[in-house]
Design a protein around this ligand. Structure first.
Ligand code: F6R
Length: 360
């Protein structure tokens, strides 16, 4: 039921705080999490995989874990599993991330890693899904059913869940002390409120911006570090729902080729995490785009200086950087949604796509 919303996608975007609350409730009460963290801490190599949005959540986990715990994590796109399975062994772990728990590419990766003797931890949104059944430890986001084809609330619940694990892992590896762990977990518990704030702070600006993007054919989404998977997610949403060609890549790569496309009014969205060092680096990249006449849109925490350099500023709450996916993704989802509906498209039924992809 759409509960008065015109489309499932917008209902599910607005439902995100509720989905996060129930995921947090599950996390706090699930003893199996500790078992998963121990397995990860003891593992030789940790791999994480998924397709589409679930891959973006996987990349997010790899970054948070490396930043917090110092443990290397290898993220890969599920359909590319063969090369990675080749180097996996029996003291390694694969984390398989899938909303549906049915995606064939992800399932194939799970089976290939199992054949090498790896243990499998899955994170799905559907209890007893095929991938959950094939894994040694089955973890669940509790986003509730997601009807819209585009993943929205499941991405936020996946990244919250995985960030929680990163923090516990950093405690296990001794990189964070118990005070730091408690502080970070508390920040994650505040996620539902930050998401509400993000939506209420950004939605009017996003609607106005969407009108400008209706005629656009192509755009870039740039970021660095923890902001990069979020930029990738923004680009995927606008491609699949609003049919605008969008490319996401690390901002530092601009000068190695992509900047050739930037001409006056070419839109470039910058995802700026709550991190002063990244702000400074991204400011340099924003200047490069401005110098070529690019139309710069920044999604950045309140009070960041680079907002003055952008043509359009989408402000989001200022938090610890670990919450970047939670604060910065909602405006990017809304942007794709509004451009799509302004073009008269049905965001719940994008062409050529199915909710669950059970073919290779
Ligand atoms: C993007 C989207 C797809 C899925 C991908 C994986 O909005 O919906 O890219 O994320 O097909 O699906 P799951 O997570 O069910 O394995």
């Amino acid at each position: 039921e759409k509960e008065g919303y015109p489309f499932f996608m917008i209902k599910e975007i607005y439902e995100q705080p509720r989905a996060l609350r129930s995921t947090i409730h599950g996390l706090v009460n699930d003893v199996i999490i500790d078992e998963a963290v121990k397995l990860l801490a003891d593992a030789d190599k940790v791999f994480i995989t998924g397709a589409g949005t679930s891959y973006h959540a996987s990349e997010y986990f790899a970054l948070t874990t490396m930043k917090l715990s110092g443990k290397p994590v290898i993220p890969f796109i599920a359909s590319e599993y063969e090369v990675y399975a080749e180097v996996a062994g029996s003291s390694d772990i694969l984390i398989a991330v899938s909303q549906s728990g049915e995606t064939m590419d992800t399932m194939k990766a799970v089976r290939a890693f199992k054949a090498k003797g790896c243990r499998i931890i899955s994170l799905t949104n559907i209890v007893d899904s095929a991938i959950a059944r094939e894994s040694d430890i089955a973890l669940y986001t509790r986003a509730g059913p997601e009807i819209g084809v585009a993943a929205t609330k499941t991405f936020l619940t996946q990244t919250l869940f995985l960030s929680w694990i990163s923090i516990l892992l950093a405690s296990e590896t001794g990189r964070l002390n118990s005070n730091e762990v408690a502080k970070l977990l508390e920040e994650l518990r505040n996620a539902p409120r930050y998401v509400e704030e993000s939506v209420s702070m950004s939605s009017e600006t996003v609607k106005k911006l969407a009108e400008k993007l209706v005629p656009v054919k192509s755009m870039y989404y740039l970021s660095r570090d923890i902001g990069l998977p979020v930029a990738r997610e923004g680009a995927l949403k606008i491609k699949e729902i609003a049919y605008i060609h969008a490319e996401a890549y690390p901002a530092g790569e601009s000068k190695h080729g992509p900047i050739a496309l930037v001409e006056p009014s070419f839109p470039v969205v910058f995802t700026v995490p709550s991190d002063r060092k990244l702000e400074k680096l991204l400011l340099g990249n924003i200047e490069e785009m401005k110098a070529r006449g690019g139309f710069v849109i920044s999604v950045a925490p309140q009070g960041f200086n680079l907002n003055e350099r952008a043509d359009i500023v989408i402000e989001v709450p200022r938090t610890h950087w670990i919450l970047t996916s939670l604060t910065h993704t909602p405006p990017l989802q809304l942007l794709a949604y509004y451009v799509a509906t302004m073009k008269g498209l049905d965001p719940d039924k994008p062409r050529n796509l199915a909710k669950t992809v059970t073919v290779e």
